[in-house]
Design a protein. Structure first.
Length: 648
């Protein structure tokens, strides 16, 4: 489902999608065996099946999962960039050590709790904890790269030197063995909230995403988007926006979404006249925004719900309007671009009829309906993806091309195993960051100090938070970036009077922006490789197309009506005004106003200014902005500055 984007910048979801096939074909069966054991363990725990009389305690279950999937990570993730065959034995030894150390700790899970081993443990527990923490560091290096490893080391070892730090950075100091015990045997570090979220929620959604891809659900959603929008002006670009948005919202991964839908959408966009860099930028933006689109939203949303102590459905409801607004902005831009360049849609003969497509995709629509019903109505977040996956597997069994054959079952098992392995490797390492800040007490002190320095200036705090989120998003996974800032920054934003969910979404949005913003622009670079365009040119185009992502977080953090907080009238009013503002700003970017045509630089600047003024929640500024928009339209119509579309 989700993918390891690169050694240095994994996907948020993210850093979750490692290689889809093990590098050593001879290890394929071992990976499948371990993956099957891990999946059965997760299902047994989630549904309380008590298979073979085995129902481990919470901490024991987490240790078992870490051991199994960390072992898989060593088998499928390369130790170096030029992974040599000679390292095969090293990988096998590390995998065995992961199973032994975590398995031993899991077997003694009850002793760890009842006998207080976090504070005073026997020698064997200390040995196993030391081995496991070293393996976790190696796992995070392989899955997340050197930047994430250095981050985990810096904050994981913070308890060793916290007593020497100045001011608010001072914290409780631990001895080396005390720090190891706290990290491994305590409940706030390696087996803390990030790992608990993976164990309780994320594994099910990884399974759902993998089943969706293996049963060709991605093909259906792209065909459906093509049937709905393919014939319209610039239709292939709209198909890419809609199709990638739907597919990515279910798979939860940026990079895998580009690699899945890009080879279809990008050549089709180029066929009707979109330049290669523009087509790649559209795909990059659509795939990036998909991880912010309910119902799945990737790994971070589940972690967010746990940190906030709310149900996942609350996060989904809050995220709907901002995500839809972003996709409307993308659709407006590609439509205006097509209007200005005179681009057409696909011929009717190449577009499948809507009804047959819908009928052929009933298994996916049914499973999606089950997912949403169980998730939102029954409020069974943890079990919803399992029910939806079973429904999809049963429903797709009626057609040979989607049926789960033995070969596809193997691919499915490998896909799930490698995806969860990447998640566990990254989030176990991120647990060290959480533990280091938590055990020393620095996290709370940092938030208080930030409030003091900001002196009540919320705008200053938001700008600092946006810059920090963006910079951290360049060097680590979005999940890691979010977890780090949710501990340090989010409490300060909430204490400053901002809405809790809005504050956490603000951090998430800005952490995602590095995907489409140079110099990193990982999503744009991946799409550029598919399109054969220049990476940096694609990155700057993606940044311009994705500009609403820069603005939306500031809007909903100041005005929670956009996250469905407030009266119905207030929500409708703010959504309507924001839509007008987005239309005005995108019209300025694309130099095109509907019923007017091409506009000049002065009109573009004025139109953008009017859109920005409308965004402000005060009635006076909104009226001024509306007046500017009306004036620009009237002047252009009166002076006859309408221009015919140019050809691409």
């Amino acid at each position: 489902m989700v993918s390891q984007d690169s050694p240095e910048q994994p996907d948020a979801a993210d850093a979750t999608e490692v290689v889809h096939q093990p590098r050593r074909q001879r290890l394929r069966w071992l990976v499948m065996l371990l993956g099957a054991i891990g999946i059965v363990l997760a299902v047994n725990q989630q549904f309380l099946l008590n298979l073979f009389g085995f129902q481990p305690l919470g901490n024991a279950y987490l240790y078992y999962l870490i051991g199994i999937f960390l072992a898989i990570a060593f088998l499928v993730l390369p130790a170096t960039s030029n992974d040599r065959p000679g390292l095969l034995w090293l990988n096998l030894i590390l995998a065995a050590l992961a199973l032994i150390s975590a398995g031993w700790l899991g077997f003694h899970g009850l002793d760890i709790i009842n006998k207080g081993w976090e504070y005073d443990a026997p020698l064997m527990a200390d040995v196993m904890a030391t081995i496991l923490i070293l393996l976790v560091l190696e796992g995070v290096r392989r899955a997340g790269g050197m930047v994430l490893l250095c981050t985990a080391l810096l904050f994981g070892t913070y308890p060793l030197y916290a007593d020497y730090m100045p001011g608010f950075l001072w914290g409780t100091q631990y001895s080396p063995i005390g720090a190891i015990r706290a990290h491994v045997l305590g409940v706030e570090s390696i087996i803390g909230i990030p790992m608990q979220v993976v164990a309780e929620l994320v594994i099910g959604f990884v399974i759902f995403g993998s089943v969706l891809v293996i049963t060709k659900g991605s093909d259906f959603f792209m065909e459906l988007a093509s049937a709905l929008l393919g014939h319209s002006r610039g239709g292939p670009a709209k198909v890419a926006v809609l199709g990638s948005g739907i597919l990515g919202s279910l798979s939860g991964s940026v990079i895998s979404n580009i690699l899945t839908s890009g080879p279809f959408s990008i050549p089709t966009m180029r066929k009707v006249g979109y330049p290669a860099s523009y087509a790649a930028a559209i795909e990059a933006c659509a795939s990036t925004g998909a991880t912010l689109m309910p119902p799945v939203m990737g790994t971070v949303a589940f972690v967010m719900a746990s940190f906030l102590g709310v149900q996942y459905s609350s996060i989904v409801i809050a995220a709907i309007i901002p995500a839809v607004l972003f996709y409307i902005a993308l659709l407006l831009q590609v439509d205006m671009y097509a209007a200005r360049r005179g681009l057409k849609g696909l011929p009717r003969a190449e577009i499948p009829p809507v009804l047959p497509v819908l009928l052929s995709g009933w298994p996916y629509l049914l499973s999606l309906a089950v997912l949403i019903f169980v998730l939102m109505v029954l409020r069974m977040e943890a079990r919803a993806p399992y029910y939806a996956s079973v429904v999809m597997l049963v429903a797709t069994a009626f057609r040979a091309e989607t049926r789960l054959t033995l070969s596809r079952a193997k691919d499915l098992l490998l896909d799930i195993a490698t995806n969860v392995a990447g998640l566990v490797a990254v989030l176990a390492g991120i647990g060290l960051v959480v533990g280091g800040l938590s055990y020393t007490g620095v996290a709370g002190a940092f938030s208080r100090e930030l409030l003091l320095y900001a002196d009540g200036n919320v705008a200053l705090m938001l700008i600092a938070g946006a810059v920090t989120s963006f910079v951290l998003g360049m060097g680590m996974t979005v999940t890691a970036c979010y977890i780090f800032l949710s501990i340090l920054l989010a409490p300060a934003l909430v204490q400053a009077g901002l809405h809790p969910i809005a504050s956490h979404l603000f951090i998430l949005y800005w952490g995602m922006l590095s995907y489409i913003t140079p110099p990193v622009a990982l999503a744009a670079i991946t799409a550029a490789n598919v399109a054969g365009s220049k990476p940096m040119e694609t990155g700057f185009r993606a940044m311009r197309l994705g500009m609403p992502l820069f603005v939306l977080p500031f809007i909903f953090v100041y005005d929670p009506a956009l996250i469905m907080e407030g009266s119905f009238i207030r929500i409708v009013e703010r959504v309507g005004l924001t839509l007008i503002a987005i239309w005005a700003i995108t019209a300025s970017f694309e130099s095109w106003i509907y019923k007017v045509g091409r506009i000049g630089i002065v009109s573009r600047v004025a139109f953008a200014a009017g859109g920005v003024l409308i965004i402000f929640p005060e009635l006076f500024t909104s009226l001024i902005g509306a007046g500017i928009l009306i004036a620009v339209i009237a002047i252009n119509l009166a002076t006859g500055h309408r221009s015919t579309p140019s050809r691409a």
